[in-house]
Design a protein around this ligand. Structure first.
Ligand SMILES: NC(=O)c1ccc[n+]([C@@H]2O[C@H](COP(=O)([O-])OP(=O)(O)OC[C@H]3O[C@@H](n4cnc5c(N)ncnc54)[C@H](O)[C@@H]3O)[C@@H](O)[C@H]2O)c1
Length: 360
C-alpha cells in the first residue's frame, strides 16, 4: 500500500493522509482501527452504494464499527440547498455527534455534498473521502473544497474542510461508465497542461494506456496528480493565490456546465473550457500556437469534446462567466496557459478577445 501525507500549513495546521488500497476490505480495516467506538455515517449515491457501499457497510459492521448508511440519488442535481438540508436532517436524526465521522463514498458530487455537511454540521465534524470516480480520485477528494450549487451558478455555497483521510482504490474505477471515466481524464490532462510537461508528454505518447484503465497505470497517474494538487493546496489552502492555477478551464467550464443544466459533465465542460481558455491564451500572445494545438489534440485523442454545444450561445456564456465567483474588482480573472506545463493566474482578458473566442 502506498500512502502519503498532505500537510496543510494553514492556521489550524490540518493534515490529510492519502492511502492507496486494493478495495473495500482494506478501507474497512483502516477506518475501524483508526476510529474505534465512534459513529460512522456512510454517505453514498444509488449507483455506488450497491457496488461498494453495501459491502463496505457490512465489513465495517463485522469489525464492530457503528455504521449508518445514507443513500442519495446520483447526479449533480443533488448538490443543492434542498438536498443538503435533507442530508443534514438525516444525519441529525441518525444521532450524529461532534465525534462522529462522515465517510463520503462516491464521485465528486457526493464528496462535495457530504463534505459540506461535515464542514457545517455541529460546526464541523471529521470527514473521510472514499472517491470512486476518476475525477474524484485525481481531484475533488483532495484539497478540502466542499460545497453545493446555487441556481445562479456552480459551487457558490461551500467551505474549506480537509478530510482526515482519503482512500483511493483504483479497482473501483472498473465499474465507472465510460462517459464518467473520460470526464476524469479531462482533469488529468489539466494537471499536465498547467504543472507537469512530462505527464502531458506521456499522455500524448500513449493515450491508449490511459483509456485502458489498467490498475497499475492508473495508480501511477492518480498518485502523480494527487501529489501535484497537494503541493498547490499546501501552498494556498484557501485559494487566495497560487491555488487558482487549478482553475484552468474552469471559468468557461463552469459556465457551460451550468448552462447545459448539468447535462454536460464537469470533466467534459472543463475540457471544452481548457480549449477555449487555451485559445484565449494563444490570442493574447501568451501561448504558442503549437502548444495550443497539442492541448486540443490530446483532449480530442482522449475522446473529449473541444467546443461548446451549438445550443449555448456566446452571449449566454459571457453572462454566466461574469457571474462566476472568481469575478472580482469588476474584471473576470482567468488562469491562462503559458506553455505545456505552465500557467498563470489572475489574467484579465480584453473583452474583444473573450467575445471573439467564444463566438468561435
Ligand atoms: N471539491 C473539489 O475540489 C472539486 C474539484 C473538481 C470537481 N468537483 C466537483 O465534482 C463533481 C463531479 O464529480 P464526478 O465527475 O465524480 O461526478 P459524480 O459524482 O456525479 O459521479 C459521476 C457518476 O458516476 C457514478 N459513479 C461514481 N463512481 C462510480 C463507480 N466506481 N462505478 C460506477 N459508477 C460510479 C456516480 O453515481 C455518478 O452517476 C462536480 O460537482 C464538480 O463540481 C469538485
Amino acid at each position: 500500500m502506498r500512502n502519503f501525507r498532505i500537510i496543510i500549513p494553514s492556521p489550524g495546521a490540518s493534515s490529510c493522509v492519502v492511502r492507496f488500497v486494493h478495495g473495500g476490505r482494506q478501507i474497512a480495516r483502516g477506518i475501524s482501527s483508526r476510529y474505534p467506538g465512534v459513529a460512522l455515517f456512510l454517505v453514498s449515491d444509488r449507483n455506488v452504494f450497491p457496488l461498494y457501499g453495501k459491502p463496505l457497510h457490512s465489513e465495517l459492521s463485522a469489525l464492530g464499527a457503528i455504521t449508518r448508511s445514507i443513500v442519495l440519488p446520483a447526479g449533480e442535481k443533488v448538490k443543492s440547498v434542498a438536498r443538503k438540508t435533507t442530508l443534514d436532517d438525516r444525519l441529525l436524526a441518525g444521532g450524529v455527534r461532534r465525534d462522529s465521522v462522515i465517510i463520503a463514498l462516491g464521485g465528486g458530487v457526493i464528496g462535495d455534498l457530504a463534505g459540506f455537511s461535515a464542514a457545517t454540521l455541529l460546526r464541523g465534524i471529521r470527514l473521510i473521502q472514499v472517491p470512486t470516480s476518476l475525477l474524484a480520485q485525481v481531484d475533488s477528494s483532495v484539497g478540502g473544497k466542499v460545497g453545493i450549487n446555487h441556481r445562479l451558478g456552480k459551487n457558490l455555497i461551500g467551505a474549506f474542510h480537509q478530510p482526515e483521510e482519503v482512500y483511493v482504490a483504483t479497482s473501483m474505477l472498473r465499474t465507472l461508465p465510460p462517459r464518467e471515466y473520460l470526464s476524469g481524464l479531462g482533469e488529468v490532462i489539466k494537471y499536465g497542461m498547467i504543472l507537469d510537461p512530462r505527464l502531458f508528454r506521456e499522455l500524448e505518447n500513449d493515450p491508449a494506456a490511459l483509456l485502458s484503465r489498467r490498475s497499475r497505470t492508473m495508480e501511477n497517474v492518480i498518485a502523480r496528480c494527487i501529489r501535484l494538487k497537494a503541493a498547490v493546496v499546501a501552498a494556498d489552502e484557501r485559494e487566495e493565490g497560487p491555488r487558482r492555477i487549478l482553475n484552468f478551464g474552469h471559468t468557461v467550464g463552469h459556465a457551460i456546465e451550468s448552462l447545459s443544466g448539468y447535462r454536460i459533465s464537469h470533466g467534459q465542460a472543463v475540457s471544452i473550457g481548457m480549449v477555449v481558455e487555451g485559445a484565449i491564451s494563444r490570442d493574447m500572445g501568451l501561448l504558442r500556437g503549437a502548444d495550443f494545438d497539442r492541448l486540443r489534440n490530446l483532449i480530442s485523442a482522449c475522446g473529449l469534446p473541444t467546443s461548446p454545444p451549438r445550443s449555448i450561445t456566446a452571449g449566454q456564456m459571457l453572462r454566466a462567466i461574469s457571474r462566476d465567483k472568481k469575478y472580482s474588482g469588476g474584471e473576470v480573472r482567468f488562469t491562462l496557459a503559458r506553455a505545456v506545463g505552465r500557467a498563470e493566474t489572475g489574467c484579465i482578458v480584453p473583452h474583444e478577445i473573450l467575445t471573439n473566442v467564444l463566438r468561435g
